[in-house]
Design a protein around this ligand. Structure first.
Ligand SMILES: Cc1cc2nc3c(=O)[nH]c(=O)nc-3n(C[C@H](O)[C@H](O)[C@H](O)COP(=O)(O)OP(=O)(O)OC[C@H]3O[C@@H](n4cnc5c(N)ncnc54)[C@H](O)[C@@H]3O)c2cc1C
Length: 322
């Protein structure tokens, strides 16, 4: 490793990109590697039936002024839009009182576009990393030398990459993640209440959440996205399609829809969200290996991932200057 080697950020979700951006703004030479065809990670968008559908995160919320500044900029440029602060609730299969909470934000072009916007001007390469190790000359990401390495991804994914001799860093990766299946379905016309935005589904064996993708994106397309319970996802992890009909039947029954959809799409999230919580927002080892992402928070979500990446970058800039 030499100071001439770049900092390599592995993971182009919002945590990795916020980290890379803060590093680049501090004048650090930074290279982002992500295995996906597009950036965004779990802020995922799939093109289905000639329209983009948010198949990962449903929305984001804002409570921190640093993230608020970023969101204000997205909103001013029409990339993000306030969606709603109220969702319906299904309690044991029956409609209950709607629940009001914080303002939820969506993105007309899909949430992935926000990460891509944040990555504008950064050096990004599509590459699936298989190992992070300590060679005789310093840190290596596969065979690339790095001044420091950031792993911005779920703990189980980072764990696969770190070589066993980096045992202090491996020991930090203890947060388990749970799976979710995301079933998208599109109809020719709206089959449900005009004012429906989304619903928490409580006490159900199959579904945990339903979002109206047309309402959150602002184009009023007749598309619903239903998220499974973690238990249902775990049961169908090897063959997610086997959960499509049960999930669809439950979705149609809850929403009072009689007509079959024109299309469906099933997406498997093996590592959808962390089940634990941390009271620190990143980890940076003396060896120059940084860990960040939504799991580095007490409330895993898009905002937490953004803040975690930015916090790690600030700490890393300090370490590189020593
Ligand atoms: C179904 C679902 C619903 C959700 N709903 C919400 C919600 O409503 N509101 C909310 O705030 N949050 C929600 N979330 C959580 C939110 O999406 C995450 O908190 C946030 O996107 C995490 O960002 P991240 O950068 O930490 O991780 P990720 O987005 O997972 O990014 C990790 C990146 O690392 C890359 N990567 C992994 N391994 C490698 C490798 N070996 N080589 C190269 N690249 C690699 C991946 O391609 C990915 O791009 C939801 C998530 C899911 C899955």
């Amino acid at each position: 490793m030499t100071a001439a080697d770049p900092v390599i950020v592995i993971g182009g979700g919002i945590a990795g990109i916020s980290c890379a951006r803060v590093l680049a703004e501090a004048g650090v030479d930074v290279q982002v590697l992500d295995r996906g065809r597009r950036l965004g990670g779990r802020m995922a968008v799939k093109n289905i039936d000639a329209r983009a559908v948010d198949t990962g995160a449903s929305y984001f919320t804002v409570s921190d002024e640093r993230f608020q500044a970023v969101v204000d900029d997205w909103a001013a440029r029409g990339l993000a839009r306030p969606w709603t602060d109220t969702f319906d609730v299904f309690e044991d299969g029956a409609r209950a009182e709607p629940k009001q909470g914080s303002l939820r934000w969506g993105a007309p072009g899909g949430l992935r576009g926000l990460v891509e916007d944040l990555a504008d001007g950064l050096a990004v390469e599509r590459h699936t990393v298989t190992s992070v190790s300590r060679g005789s000359g310093g840190l290596l990401v596969d065979d690339r030398p790095a001044q420091a390495v950031v792993l911005a991804m779920p703990d189980p994914q980072a764990d696969r990459l770190l070589s066993p001799d980096l045992s202090a860093e491996v020991a930090q990766l203890a947060d388990p993640f749970e799976p979710v299946l995301a079933l998208s379905a599109g109809w020719a016309s709206r089959q449900w209440d005009e004012a429906f935005d989304g619903a928490f589904v409580n006490g159900d064996d199959q579904l945990a959440w339903i979002a109206d993708d047309g309402r959150r994106r602002g184009d009023d397309a007749s598309v619903l996205v239903a998220h499974s319970t973690p238990a249902l996802a775990a049961e169908h992890l090897e063959s997610p399609e086997s959960a499509t009909q049960p999930m669809l039947r439950r979705l149609m029954s809850l929403m009072g829809i009689a007509e079959q959809p024109e299309w469906t799409d099933q997406h498997r999230w093996s590592f959808a969200r962390p089940t634990g919580a941390r009271d620190v927002d990143h980890h940076l080892s003396d060896a120059g290996i940084g860990l960040c992402g939504d799991a580095w928070s007490d409330r895993p979500r898009v905002e937490a991932a953004y803040l975690s990446g930015a916090a790690l970058a600030s700490a890393l800039v300090g370490q590189l200057q020593r």
